[in-house]
Write a protein that binds this ligand. Structure first.
Ligand code: MG
Length: 213
């Protein structure tokens, strides 16, 4: 297992710093040394930064967890841990995009795995010209998934806030005989005055910490 800093590090501003900013950071795991080396060279030629490499599946997972690359390229059959298992964990933990390198006979398994997560695959022996598009697919899928889950989180938060504000309004209406519109503007005004969120004001009304004077 080997991990290396992306770019030169000879004090001061690393000379490759601009490259590092735009370069996609990759961890590769392939137990066949020749294929791994070939992959490494191709990626470097194409401007990718290989920040870690290994011939073992379990070490691949370690590297990905600690280095948090943009992409992991994983062979399927590797000592330590199967590449698909590694891919599944990476997917569950939403760490990065995954490109799986597979032998033709494993294609069906891969397609099942692909349907379950953010994964692209490439059948070995692959053409150099197929590698880059496959990498872009893997990274693209991961970004889509990230954007989607961020959107879902935001929607969930909005909904939660609305529920809390409704409950707080209900309390103001029931206990302080406020009209609905007044209850809402009380929450709104208080939030503005205190520079806090309406949901925080709502929480304090519900807990009884805040009451209209
Ligand atoms: Mg292998």
């Amino acid at each position: 297992m080997r991990s290396s800093p992306g770019g030169s590090n000879d004090g001061g501003m690393p000379s490759g710093w601009l490259n590092d900013v735009v370069s996609v950071r990759v961890v590769i795991a392939e137990d066949e040394a020749i294929i791994r080396l070939d992959l490494l060279e191709t990626l470097q030629e194409e401007g990718y930064t290989v920040i870690g490499e290994t011939g073992r599946g379990d070490q691949a997972l370690e590297l990905v967890r600690s280095l948090k690359p943009d992409l992991a390229i994983l062979d399927v059959k590797m000592p330590g841990m199967d590449g698909l298992e590694v891919a599944k964990v990476i997917g569950d933990e939403r760490i990065c995009g995954v490109l799986v390198l597979t032998a033709f006979s494993q294609r069906e398994i891969i397609e099942q795995a692909r349907d379950a997560g953010a994964l692209a695959y490439l059948v070995k022996p692959y053409q150099k010209s197929d590698l880059i598009p496959a990498i872009e697919v893997a990274i693209g899928r991961f970004r889509e998934l990230q954007a989607l889950s961020g959107h879902v989180d935001a929607l969930g938060e909005q909904l939660e806030a609305r529920k809390l504000i409704d409950r707080a309004k209900g309390r103001l209406i029931d206990e302080f005989a406020m009209k609905e519109q007044d209850a809402f503007s009380f929450i709104q005004r208080t939030a503005m005055k205190e520079r806090s969120k309406m949901r925080e004001v709502a929480e304090r009304i519900i807990s009884g910490d805040l009451r209209p004077s």
